[in-house]
Design a protein around this ligand. Structure first.
Ligand SMILES: [Zn+2]
Length: 319
């Protein structure tokens, strides 16, 4: 047995009364040997290991678990087809349509519209290598005349995009595809490298501003469960979390860090740090524009510690 779809693995564990709990890359389960809920199984591995190394130390394959129990085998035979059908359906509906008038900065022909879009990005001090990966769209809908097209790739496939309006007269700031949810994806996912540093920002322009590490964005002030889980796909050495300097950024900080810790696989030694944008700036992009500096130094980062008051800014009461 080489691999099992995640849903089936879950069902096997559930049918074997191991009470699986989804932790992103792995399931936390009850140990088949000692009965403590301290065992785990990676979704791509199929070896159950008990974390109680000295007291239990159980290690065994999911295959043995299935083969030794005819009842589990019967249940799997039934559930398999149902799960596969579901997966096929998801594939069909997640086709992303790029707006018609999208052009990329890397293309040959350039004109007035191109210059307008380019000058917006230059004002926001986005590096030319990043600009070359972006596009611009004319009239993507009646509220937006010109927007910056920001694509999201996962395994070289376009999975999501954001169009940022650059016309100040319109109240609409963004257009997002309706077919898919933003919370499922992470900007710059394909740039994450094994054992490297990932910076998590709220906004795309913040993520595009950092130049000494790879930046990604939550798109809101709160990290979603799929995003928290995907962060660990390439086993990062270090995660730096950079909230905006507003109330939403500060209040969701602890929740987001807790979520990251929850999804962090037990075998990874990823350190999670916080870097705060100096308080005179609202976010990292504004800091980069005004300071003309696009890097974060590790020595300025802090390990999250919820007992320390210096990390969460306390607002003075208005009295
Ligand atoms: Zn055990």
């Amino acid at each position: 047995m080489k691999s099992l779809p995640e849903n089936i693995l879950y069902s096997v564990l559930e049918n074997a009364d191991l009470y699986p709990e989804d932790k992103g890359l792995y399931f936390k389960i009850k140990c088949p040997s000692c009965g403590h809920k301290e065992a785990f199984i990676y979704k791509n591995n199929f070896i159950i290991s008990c974390s109680r190394k000295n007291k239990c130390g159980f290690s065994g394959s999911i295959e043995d678990l299935i083969n030794n129990d005819p009842e589990i085998r019967k249940k799997i035979a039934k559930t398999k087809t149902i799960f596969l059908d579901k997966k096929e359906k998801i594939k069909e509906t997640s086709k992303l349509i790029i707006p018609n008038n999208t052009r990329f900065f890397s293309e040959e022909s350039k004109g007035f519209i191109y210059n307008q879009a380019l000058s917006y990005l230059q004002k926001r001090k986005i590096h030319k290598n990043v600009i070359n990966e972006l596009g611009y769209v004319c009239n993507p809908n009646k509220n937006i005349k010109l927007g910056i097209f920001i694509p999201f790739f996962e395994d070289k496939k376009l999975v999501y995009y954001v169009i940022r309006n650059i016309n100040k007269k319109s109240k609409f700031r963004f257009i997002n595809p309706k077919e898919v949810k933003s919370s499922e994806f992470l900007f710059n996912y394909d740039k994450f490298l094994e054992n490297e540093t990932i910076c998590i920002f709220e906004g795309l322009f913040d993520a595009m501003s950092i130049e000494n590490f790879v930046g990604t964005a939550m798109l809101t002030s709160s990290l979603s469960k799929p995003q928290a889980s995907k962060i660990f796909d390439k086993s990062p050495k270090r995660i730096i979390y950079i909230p905006d300097n507003d109330l939403a950024g500060v209040t969701s900080l602890e929740r987001n860090i807790n979520l990251l810790n929850y999804y962090k696989p037990p075998s990874l030694k990823t350190d999670i740090y916080i870097w705060r944008v100096p308080k005179e700036y609202k976010d990292f992009n504004e800091y980069c524009i005004k300071e003309n500096y696009h890097e974060i130094n590790i020595i300025d980062c802090k390990i999250f510690n919820k007992r320390k008051k210096n990390i969460i800014m306390k607002r003075k009461s208005p009295l």
